[in-house]
Design a protein around this ligand. Structure first.
Ligand SMILES: Cc1cc2nc3c(=O)[nH]c(=O)nc-3n(C[C@H](O)[C@H](O)[C@H](O)COP(=O)(O)OP(=O)(O)OC[C@H]3O[C@@H](n4cnc5c(N)ncnc54)[C@H](O)[C@@H]3O)c2cc1C
Length: 401
């Protein structure tokens, strides 16, 4: 009987196992952690955003420069196939107001439980506490286990080791070394969907960390979007920041500190703001005049004070400019470990059309360890499942089934 070793039991690895498990091969899945799918379970904590319901062309475009590689995978196993697959496991999904797709109960655990049961019923053996540490000189896979080091040979290998964020959930990016030692080029892992550092004054930081900044428009290069984010002790975090994080991260890497522009009153034009601010102020402070006339207070007013000089804050023309177009300097991307996902990894140029490493025939790669990135919105899991599916089919083909 032919054997397949899948290393990494996250969504990508388990999907590859799903494709292979009914083909009569011996299927072993290895994971370094004491239990599997930990990042997937974490993704379910705040509502598992499984995929997105937008039209296919729009969905495929979310993968930016990697669209040409991801799109064919999505044609085989995209958003609709993913929803049908979840339904087969007894998990109904629904489309939220934003078009994002969630399981009805929002959680990952019932889905993972049903999935693992089905895989085990189909003779997939899962070995936890098996940490892959590369190959030995005979090209056997080396695993560190509680019983010491083991060497394993398989006819096909699927690596689905994840990226490098949230290390405590299992994916620590250590695989980069072992693939590089085997002659595979790997793009350095970097933060994606991440927050950024801002050099806040200690007064602002103490007063406003944890405060959400709602209904603002953020602009950066080609990016303009309304939404919200949160002030943290280090800087800024949250959905609107994640959405522009790839552009900002690359700009900081190329040029150093960069500014995002905020419109703190997107429902008013600059003229409207100015008209309101021009009303007689009387004995009121500018801060209370600002609140009374334009409705800006709290963290929004704090931001204006943080980045406008005292003179500009007291001048209604320049204050109106600040309200409509406030520059906030971002200093650095937050570390990879804190990011929602990773960019970088195994470039598609190193792989054939079935995700097999050109330099190591019989070894396939899938999931977040591949060099692509996408915004949040279900796009991350969608491509992890799709690439796991493709790698599983590639391994089947390689084994001649
Ligand atoms: C807080 C959070 C929320 C998220 N929410 C969403 C969401 O709602 N929607 C969405 O689309 N995406 C979401 N994501 C992203 C998504 O969870 C990941 O993109 C996805 O889990 C990656 O799947 P993967 O199978 O490639 O890797 P992983 O899920 O990281 O799995 C890799 C597996 O490989 C194992 N492994 C690593 N190295 C070794 C080794 N050397 N030996 C053996 N095993 C090893 C790890 O233990 C792990 O089990 C979220 C991420 C985070 C952190």
């Amino acid at each position: 009987m032919k054997s397949v070793a899948i290393i990494g039991a996250g969504p990508a690895g388990l999907m590859a196992a799903e494709v292979l498990c009914q083909s009569g091969v011996q299927m072993d899945v290895y994971d370094s952690m004491p239990s599997v799918g930990r990042k997937f379970l974490m993704a379910g904590k705040s509502g598992l955003n499984l995929t997105h319901s937008e039209p296919f062309e729009q969905l495929a475009a979310r993968y930016g420069a990697r669209q040409k590689w991801i799109e064919p995978m999505l044609k085989e196993f995209g958003a609709n196939e993913l929803r049908a697959w979840a339904q087969e496991l007894g998990i109904e999904t629904f489309v939220g107001t934003s078009g994002r797709v969630f399981p009805v109960n929002m959680k990952a655990s019932p889905l993972l439980r049903a999935w693992l049961k089905r895989l085990q019923n189909n003779s997939v053996t899962i070995h936890t506490r098996h940490r892959w540490v590369g190959w030995n000189e005979d090209q056997f896979l080396r695993f560190e286990t509680v019983d010491g080091e083991k060497s394993i040979k398989a006819d096909a290998i699927i690596l689905a080791l994840g990226g490098g964020s949230w290390r405590r959930l299992g994916s620590d990016g250590a695989w980069v070394n072992w693939l590089e030692q085997a002659g595979v080029k790997v793009e350095a892992l970097k933060s994606s969907n991440c927050g950024f550092d801002v050099a806040w004054s200690s007064h602002f930081k103490e007063k406003f960390h944890g405060h959400p900044l709602k209904s603002i428009v953020l602009s950066f290069e080609s990016f303009h979007q309304q939404g919200e984010f949160v002030i943290t002790k280090h800087g800024v975090e949250g959905s609107l920041i994640y959405a522009c994080s790839a552009l900002v991260r690359d700009a900081i890497a190329a040029r150093g500190t960069t500014n995002i522009q905020l419109d703190l009153a997107p429902n008013l034009s600059r003229e409207d703001v100015l008209k309101k601010l021009s009303k007689p102020r009387g004995a009121k402070t500018m801060a209370s005049h600002l609140e009374k006339t334009v409705g800006i207070k709290g963290v929004k007013a704090g931001l204006l004070r943080e980045f406008l000089s005292r003179d500009d804050f007291g001048n209604i023309e320049r204050l109106a400019d600040g309200i409509k177009n406030l520059a906030v300097p971002l200093v650095a991307a937050r570390p990879l470990d804190e990011a929602i996902s990773s960019a970088g990894g195994v470039p598609f140029e190193e792989l054939d059309e079935h995700l097999m490493l050109k330099k190591i025939p019989g070894v396939f790669c899938a999931g977040e360890m591949l060099d692509w990135e996408a915004p949040t919105g279900g796009y991350l899991l969608t491509a992890c499942f799709a690439s796991g599916h493709l790698a599983g089919q590639g391994a089947l083909k390689w084994l001649g089934n």
